[in-house]
Write a protein that binds this ligand. Structure first.
Ligand code: HEM
Length: 493
């Protein structure tokens, strides 16, 4: 079934030729270490691989080049990230670079996925190529992680809330959930720490993990086992798998042509027909009406729509990944033709249909955001930095005990405070709608503790859905009249 013998003897022949190479020996031996000098004609014909591995590598290269250029302008802080992305429009070719990076990323995910499906259909993961499949699967997960981490960087409402919901899933993992969430978000909610973490993941850690894996993947395909011959017998007969095609000029010129054509099309699309999306700037205090996961995770959003319990949904999301990773170890038969593997064909077809249906559902289902009382308090009265309470002038903080959500008839309270109470009420209602609380009530207590110093306490009393006892959460900030800054903030339960 597999043409390893042919490939190894072709390799030996090639090494003899390389040793004799008189033309630019240094350069040629370097390139011929990277690429075999001869390929079996059948294996590299277009219909065998659809060049999907090649396209995946090409889009990865596009991402690396455009990503490095974008790093020159991007600032990974909540205060500047959005503006730095917006300002790209003013830089020569800045918008083009951003569009290329965004579209290239989407195409990278798509081509890696299609490459995987092609390998699965042709049964090329079997036999000696099991480990190649394993490295490929891990590469695929890393590509998804790269795309997801990059999604947050423009710091707009859509990306902020999609990543909030996406990372929130990890919180459901028993034992390590809250720890993992804290590590990913850099706090209870995504803020400066979270953005920096995603940035470091996107530009350093994940690319550094991809490179060695890609080297191993490529080494196994290019130097160790070669590409599997076509499974279709007619194609094998026609293409005469023992005939070889040389790297130079045939394969190299074909690949160069494909590269130029793809780059030309990509640039033409982003120049005339594609704009990378950028919505409203991220606002952790305003939950948008519609939250949408990135397209490659819409299926997970669809799954959460039909299975709202987070832990079972998380298990359903992780399991296909594991099944994928271990495919060559439980499908051990050497038969490759699709028609001779009816059970596999059926399972693959059902999985692909399921993926499509869930993606379709995910695009239609709005993802609710669940808040814990702690994260709500953190958003309304952040321990570090300024929150909504700091948007009011000192004099607008009318003394008294103000019940959030009650209809006010007294006119003595300032209009700024009135708006703030309405805002807090809307946040609390949002949380109640996300069905975490069965009951909740809040008061905002404003008192003078010494001349020109006010203490403001937000006290929330909530009854969680799964508990009968009410719990009280509160947080306090101090404001003083002369400098208009917070002296100290604290949280206690
Ligand atoms: C960054 C991602 C990836 C890159 C750049 C890449 C690159 C390539 C290239 C250039 C080839 C040879 C030509 C071809 O088959 O199209 C190849 C073959 C292969 N790849 Fe990948 N690949 C990636 C991801 C994956 C994934 C996700 C899988 C599967 C889970 C995978 C499994 C394989 C296997 C088994 C082969 C050998 C195919 C054969 O012998 O017919 N690769 N890869």
């Amino acid at each position: 079934m597999y043409n390893g013998d042919f490939f190894q003897s072709s390799l030996r022949g090639q090494q003899r030729v390389e040793a004799k190479s008189q033309v630019l020996p240094g350069i040629s031996s370097f390139f011929f270490h990277l690429r075999p000098r001869h390929y079996p004609a059948g294996s590299i014909q277009f219909s065998n691989t659809l060049y999907l591995g090649f396209f995946t590598a090409l889009f990865l290269a596009v991402e690396v080049v455009t990503g490095i250029l974008l790093m020159v302008y991007y600032t990974p802080t909540p205060a500047s990230a959005y503006q730095s992305v917006q300002a790209l429009a003013l830089v020569p070719f800045g918008q083009l670079l951003r569009d290329l990076h965004r579209l290239g990323g989407d195409l990278l995910v798509l081509s890696a996925f299609l490459h995987m499906v092609r390998v699965a259909i042709s049964g090329s993961y079997k036999g000696p190529r099991r480990f190649t499949w394993l490295t490929g699967s891990v590469l695929f997960f890393l590509v998804l992680a790269l795309a997801f981490s990059g999604y947050l960087l423009p710091w707009d409402q859509l990306s902020y809330w999609a990543v909030t919901v996406g990372t929130g899933l990890f919180g459901a993992l028993p034992g390590i959930g809250s720890w993992l969430l804290e590590i990913l978000r850099g706090g209870p909610e995504i803020g400066a720490g979270g953005l920096l973490r995603f940035y470091v993941l996107h530009v350093v850690l994940l690319p550094v993990a991809v490179l060695p894996l890609l080297a191993v993947h490529y080494y196994r395909v290019a130097r160790l086992h070669g590409i599997s011959p076509p499974i279709c017998t007619a194609a094998r007969r026609n293409s005469d798998n023992l005939r070889t095609v040389s790297l130079w000029p045939t394969v190299a010129v074909r690949e160069l042509q494909l590269t130029l054509l793809t780059l030309f099309l990509l640039i033409a699309i982003v120049a005339f027909a594609y704009d990378a999306p950028l919505g409203e700037p991220a606002n952790p205090l305003r939950t948008p009406s519609h939250i949408e996961a990135p397209w490659f995770f819409l299926w997970a959003q669809g799954l959460l729509g039909i299975c709202p319990a987070t832990l079972p949904a998380l298990v359903l999301i992780i399991t296909p990944g594991l099944l994928l990773l271990l495919l060559p170890w439980y499908d051990r038969r050497q038969r490759r033709p699709f028609g001779q593997r009816p059970w596999f064909a059926l399972a693959l077809l059902v999985s692909l249909c399921l993926l499509l249906v869930l993606t379709f559902l995910g695009a239609r289902i709005q993802q609710p955001i669940s808040h814990s009382p702690e994260t709500l308090l953190d958003a309304l009265v952040p321990v570090d930095g300024h929150g909504p309470l700091h948007t009011l002038a000192y004099d607008e903080l009318t003394l008294g005990v103000h019940t959030v959500g009650s209809v006010r008839t007294d006119t003595k309270i300032s209009s700024g405070l009135e708006q703030l109470l309405t805002f807090i009420d809307s946040r609390l209602r949002g949380a109640a709608e996300s069905q975490r609380f069965s009951e909740s009530s809040s008061v905002l207590i404003i008192e003078t503790i010494q001349p020109e110093v006010k203490r403001i306490t937000l006290r929330q009393s909530v009854r969680l859905k799964d508990s009968t006892a009410a719990r009280t959460f509160e947080r306090t900030v101090y404001r003083h009249g002369f400098g208009e800054t917070s002296l100290l903030s604290g949280a206690k339960k």
